[in-house]
Design a protein around this ligand. Sequence first.
Ligand code: GDP
Ligand code: MG
Length: 602
Amino acid sequence: TDPAILRNFCIIAHIDHGKSTLADRMLQLTGVVDERAARAQYLDRMDIERERGITIKSQAVRMPWTVTEGEQAGQTFVLNMIDTPGHVDFTYEVSRSLEACEAAILLVDAAQGIEAQTLANLYLALGADLHIIPVLNKIDLPSANPEKYAAELAGIIGCDPSEVLHVSAKTGFGVEELLNTIVAQTPPPVGDADAPARALIFDSVYDTYRGVVTYVRVVDGSLKHRDRIKMMSTGAIHEMLEVGVISPEPVKAGEIGVGEVGYLITGVKEVRQSRVGDTVTSAHHGATEPLGGYQHPNPMVFSGLYPIDGDDFSTLRDALEKLQLNDAALQYEPESSGALGFGFRIGFLGLLHLEIVRERLEREFNLDLISTAPNVVYRVVMEDGREIVVTNPSEYPTDGKISEVYEPIVSATILAPSDYIGAIMELCQTRRGQLGGIDYLSEDRVEIRYTLPMGEIMFDFFDALKSRTKGYASLNYELAGEQAADLVKVDVMLQGEIVDAFSAIVHRDAAYAYGVSLASKLKELIPRQQFEVPIQAAIGARIIARENIRAIRKDVLAKCYGGDISRKRKLLEKQKEGKKRMKMVGRVEVPQEAFIAALSTS
Ligand code: GDP
Ligand code: MG
């Protein structure tokens, strides 16, 4: 395809502003899927994605479009729409998808205005030198306020409010004009057709039948069927079994050239061998310089996963192996816990990533799991200069020879109505935040910037933020290095025995309150047993809190007075269900909630 008729673009938006709906509408208008075949949200392929309404894996679709108005009317172009994941956990994948485009549609809900992820993605798009096409969506809504938000958008990207397009992805209003605008404003791709091939991998998906399908954007040269190709980060060489474009199903092509977006199948079995951000070149006379920006995925959050039934350990191991085929960022190694037995310590990109992995393990592999409270990674420097990377709080050194402890920090951006500045600052203060600055986006909306320890925002920060702002605040954050901090390990003992799975690393100033609140939470959560269970929280040998769960004779059936059999059965079933998420810790039955209770105490 002649690069002059190619237009590569993406849609960036805050969650729920209508990206998937707009993408579907474009697929229909360009005739790539017909109305009847269009199932809602064609691009969001995984069930979990559709249920949660988020997009995890980016996809690319090629659409022909014949311009309907203006100077280019009647000419046919090839549009490549690249779908980007919208969540902070996947920022790196977003940045790679953006690199594959020349323009970005900045889609904003006309009833909501700009949100934190809109801004974060806009900054990424500007960083990638993309042309920005500002669009207000949902203008069919009675609550839409297009004048106000067009002004807001225009103010941020520095254009005139009249240049902001108005569409309704739902009714289709304005979408034809948008397609024409994409053709008119998106710069055609530029590359050297005669240079050795260089293509950027912006997505890599495991398919049960075909192995790994790699999505690429060709920058220079071309990739041909049967070529031998090289992954530049590893030097690994593969034969290309198939190359093609997606429209909206895969269509084989002989080759893809400069500026084109398509897929490759090489017979590799794991997405790790075909990593997002890597450069593909020819094995023979290939390029010597990779495209810039490759990053190795680094897990930010760790958690232990343990089968409730110890016999499921090998099933869990097999399941993780399978998931890793499709998830280059997933890392795991076996660990054992005195309390929980044999399981795995798993590294995730963030909490959403953790939830998705856990849900897939349970749903697709039928496993019942206990997960320990997620924690960030601490770097501990000992007096003798040794360095210990702590991914499991129970491994935190306590022998007093610690010289310095470092914790990861993030720079966070919060957008909210200005009425809530006070409430937001108070929340950030209690989480050891440092104010970076406050800017007004319009009269009544502000952008607040904070540096915060990642461990403090990991779990319930977003919920706390939402509840303090009646749901109006939005949050985005990115890793911003690390800082030295005064941290201690708090242990929890049941019946005098330390339960390693409850250990946590907290700031010294908060440790006492943390211990007290955790002990009382555990007292609530752990059901009464047939014997007494003392709970203690301790820093080293010093007990900082204690509670006691009194003994009970737990004969629920006695309540049924013999008679009603069906009622009795119901009770038994209910009891069984309750047990599903219980784990025996020593002699004590502990429910799943207890393992994560620690995090919602502060
Ligand atoms: P995404 O998270 O950005 O992909 O957003 P979705 O496309 O999933 O849309 C979020 C919600 O907004 C869904 O309930 C859509 O039906 C709805 N929606 C999307 N576009 C429009 C629109 O133009 N008008 C109205 N009224 N609703 C819309
Ligand atoms: Mg979506």
